[in-house]
Write a protein that binds this ligand. Structure first.
Ligand code: AMP
Ligand code: GLY
Length: 444
């Protein structure tokens, strides 16, 4: 990547960074940031077992709800930039609290995070700004929902309004299924997140992820990506947080990207500005490329996981300046990211049973891993009392590789996966099937 812009002024010191979060996304961000020689220390709060593989890094153990202690510690550590990874602290307002205490923060306030934390708010936002998205109804009772579900020509998608760790969306085959899902949400399946339900017209097309780094007014686009949300090969099984990804996606051709910019990205940033929302962070557009053009399926106020792990190796050492510029409100707007000529792909190794119930605490064994153009980012890992890396989440490891074409990328990723073992390890065998010529990889 080449950032064609002047680097931040020397007065904008950038030595000590804290990254908040404990997943593969934060591990990949730390890895990309440590490449910059100006950075002296990267603190991850709380990080995971993978943090120790990051140069210049240290883990912090602090309670994010104890704001006084947090601020005291960050001041003591002379933190120049805070990068907030996950949606929950963003939705709770951590970004603004830290900004009020004079920290430079990459991550929107709770007003901007509402794009993710309230689906009904996001849908009304899109409607107001004429941003293409599926038609919707916001409902507060089962009776109201029943009427809409049974008078609609087709079964409607059902969504809990609030944050539900990616589990709050139900895509039905029949109207009865829509009703059942609505009933479950109103009965409290997702707690407060389900006090309001959004019913949505079902739309069709491939899904892509687009990320805009935003400083409140201006933005820079990262390479596009395609996630694999379903658990099993052939895109079957339940929705997950993401089982793998690749970047860039050829689905976003130049003309489609131009439409996405004109019809979705710029109207979103303009509408945020009209609402006086100073959005400093990443705007994640989950899009569907339908027959009538790109439409927004969802917004997120953070980097996608595993898209982030996939994209970070394509960035050069100046990537961190972009985060700083967003936090400072100092993007020039003409920063262009020139992709390296490489492609990147990621396969997630999960615990058996994910995304439902799974066990943790199994030792992870690494064999002969080829680390040339490959990274193993830790998603859900920790260290046991003997210092051994053990599983500590549903998504355990992100195996990421780069190459001149996607066949090479995924051959390397799957070869490395064969060298990794833990009890119950599970992963999809067909990540990147959309872009691999050699679809059935040998020896998988
Ligand atoms: P979300 O959490 O909003 O991204 O939704 C999870 C998944 O549900 C998406 O990735 C889509 O595959 C699917 N989905 C969400 N909304 C719709 C819709 N209106 N029509 C069809 N599929 C949808
Ligand atoms: N990979 C999808 C997400 O992060 O929500």
């Amino acid at each position: 990547m080449i950032i064609k812009s002047t680097d931040p002024k020397s007065s904008d010191k950038l030595e000590n960074i804290v990254i908040i979060g404990n997943g593969g996304r934060e591990n990949a961000l730390a890895w990309a940031i440590q490449k910059n020689e100006l950075i002296k220390k990267i603190y991850v709060l709380p990080g995971n077992a993978g943090s120790k593989k990051i140069n210049k890094s240290a883990r912090l153990s602090l309670d994010l709800n104890n704001i006084e202690e947090l601020i005291k510690k960050l001041k003591y550590l002379k933190i120049d930039l805070v990068v907030i990874g996950p949606e929950t602290p963003l939705a709770k307002g951590l970004g603004d609290v830290l900004r009020k205490n004079n920290f430079n923060v990459f991550g929107p306030g709770p007003d901007g995070a509402k794009l993710e934390s309230s689906k009904s708010w996001a849908k009304e936002f899109m409607k107001g700004a004429k941003i293409p998205t599926a038609n919707f109804w916001k409902v507060k009772s089962l009776e109201e929902a029943k009427e809409i579900i049974f008078t609609s020509p087709n079964p409607l998608v059902v969504k809990a309004d609030g944050l539900a760790s990616g589990k709050g969306v139900f895509v039905p085959e029949t109207k009865e299924e829509s009703l059942k899902a609505t009933e479950e949400i109103f009965k409290g399946k997702f707690g407060n997140a389900g006090e309001i339900v959004v019913l949505e017209e079902k739309i069709e097309g491939p899904e892509v992820s687009v990320f805009a780094l935003c400083d409140g007014r201006k933005y820079v686009l990262l390479p596009t990506a395609q996630d694999h949300k379903r658990l099993n090969d052939k895109d079957e099984g339940p929705n997950t947080g993401g089982m793998g990804a690749y970047s860039p996606t050829p689905l976003i051709t130049k003309p489609i990207l131009e439409r996405i910019i004109k019809e979705i990205i710029e109207p979103t940033i303009d509408a945020l500005l009209r609402k006086n929302i100073d959005y400093r962070g990443v705007l994640y557009f989950g899009l569907m490329i339908t027959k009538s053009g790109p439409k927004v399926i969802e917004y997120n106020c953070r980097f996608g996981d595993p898209e982030c792990q996939t994209i970070m190796p394509l960035m050069d050492k100046d990537f961190v300046f972009l985060l700083q510029k967003c936090a400072l409100g100092k993007l020039i707007g003409n920063e262009t990211i020139e992709m390296s000529d490489k492609f990147s792909g990621c396969v997630i190794a999960t615990s058996k049973g994910y995304p439902l119930d799974y066990k943790i605490g199994f030792p992870i064994n690494f064999g002969n891993i080829d680390l040339e153009d490959c990274q193993i980012f830790d998603s859900g890992t920790s260290l046991n009392s003997n210092g051994k890396v053990i599983t500590d989440g549903g998504r355990v490891l992100s195996i990421v590789c780069q190459g001149k074409n996607f066949d090479t990328v995924f051959e390397k990723a799957y070869k490395n996966l064969k060298e990794i073992s833990f009890e119950g390890i599970f992963y999809r065998k067909d990540i990147g099937h959309q872009v691999r010529k050699n679809n059935q990889l040998k020896n998988n």
